[in-house]
Write a protein that binds this ligand. Structure first.
Ligand SMILES: [Zn+2]
Ligand SMILES: [Zn+2]
Length: 399
């Protein structure tokens, strides 16, 4: 059996660009946040039905799934696009700028949806070439709502053999030049956990600290002790980033407050390091508090696990991407990124990969170019046919 050549696939994807871009712009104008994105869901469903595909909706979130080539004999591949926007005001001045104040597709998830719908077009035309079924996963709530986990709970992978099923996701990036594909084996993105600490002393007059237990110097000491803990207690080859990003205490200049509050986040690249962080943080907080007669309440809120690219799937996707865009435009990243992604939940169940797709016009230098999550970020739509072709080619080739 012959499969579509790379150049045919790219040419075909390019011919779909006006339609793909129109879908992207429609979603961009009406960015929806969180787990419930009814307009975005309907836009996706409309396009899938137009292609003769059934659109299945989630129960507790507005996800959409569909299968192309359900009766193909081989393993299933899951192709994922997240759908949600971010809570910020758009200042790009694009003529399809957000029409909803305080909401913007600043992470490019609108392009993900459009690219995956583009891939659906390419795959529907080549269903007989598919080595196995393709499950399209349109997912709300990536930006902190763990939409992927909800989709898993609602049976995303039910009936699929985890040993043979594979996953592939693209994330657009304003950092890399348009059309470049960047990926790495092993950890790609960090885990994320949030930490909330309340130091409990006792309040009093600012002139009489000996009659109070002042939580402010204790909080300061805890923050400094964390710096030593991270550099002295953590193996540099299995790192963690730990930042206290929010500190509040007191009401005015002459009152010792009863409590101080610290909020932060830690990021790691392995399950082992992630599991070791809460005991370390707890020990430091309780130790410093005990030294000064204070106590503390500590709360850990897990966000996302580490996103780990399967080494074998990485190798295959790297080859496929190289065939598509050429050797010079595929980069094996030296380092992971300490941001986090809920695609990680899917990759805990099946081997797979996430790859970054560049969308910074090549004539623009990186310095000063607005990045993902910026109110000024503009993603180059010329990356979209490449993304659509990459999704499709991975589905056609990955065995
Ligand atoms: Zn984001
Ligand atoms: Zn994102």
């Amino acid at each position: 059996m012959t499969t579509t050549s790379e150049s045919d696939l790219i040419a075909d994807a390019l011919s779909h660009l006006p339609d793909i871009a129109a879908i992207r712009r429609r979603i961009h104008r009406h960015p929806e946040q969180g787990l419930h994105l009814p307009e975005t869901q309907e836009t996706i469903a409309e396009e899938l039905r137009r292609l003769g595909l059934e659109a299945r909706f989630g129960t507790n979130l507005s996800s959409v799934t569909t299968v192309i080539g359900a009766d193909r004999p081989g393993r299933t591949i899951v192709l994922r696009a997240d759908m949600d926007a971010l809570p910020l005001h758009e200042d790009t001045g694009l003529d399809f700028t957000s029409e909803i104040d305080g909401s913007m597709h600043a992470c490019g998830h609108d392009t993900h949806v459009a690219m995956l719908l583009g891939a659906a077009r390419l795959l529907v035309d080549r269903v007989d070439e598919l080595p196995g079924p393709v499950l399209l996963m349109f997912q709300p709530g990536e930006e902190g709502y763990a939409g992927a986990r909800v989709m898993l709970e609602e049976g995303l992978l039910d009936g699929l053999d985890p040993a043979t099923t594979r996953g592939f996701a693209i994330h657009i990036s304003a950092e890399y030049p348009t059309g470049e594909v960047h990926l790495r084996p092993g950890p790609l993105l960090a885990s994320a956990d949030n930490v909330f600490i309340t130091v409990k002393g006792s309040g009093g007059h600012a002139s009489q600290p000996a009659l109070a237990i002042d939580p402010i110097p204790i909080a300061a000491e805890i923050i400094l002790a964390f710096q030593s803990a991270v550099t002295r207690r953590i193996d540099v080859f299995d790192p963690a980033v730990f930042t206290i990003a929010h500190l509040t205490a007191g009401s005015t200049h002459n009152i010792i407050p009863p409590t101080a509050r610290l909020e932060g986040t830690f990021r790691t690249l392995s399950d082992e390091r992630r599991a070791a962080m809460p005991p370390l943080i707890t020990r430091v907080v309780e130790g410093v508090c005990a030294a000064h007669g204070a106590t503390a309440e500590i709360e850990f809120r897990p966000v996302y696990p580490t996103t780990i690219n399967d080494a074998r799937v990485f190798h295959l996707v790297h080859q496929i991407a190289t065939g598509l865009v050429g050797e010079d435009d595929v980069t094996t990243m030296r380092d992971p990124i300490m941001g986090a992604e809920d695609w990680s939940f899917v990759l805990q169940n099946i081997p797979g990969v996430m790859a970054f797709l560049g969308s910074r016009p090549r004539e623009n230098p990186l310095e000063g170019w607005a990045q993902n999550h910026s109110n000024l970020v503009v993603f180059d739509e010329d990356a979209m046919p490449i993304g659509a072709a990459l999704y499709a080619k991975v589905a056609l080739e990955l065995v």
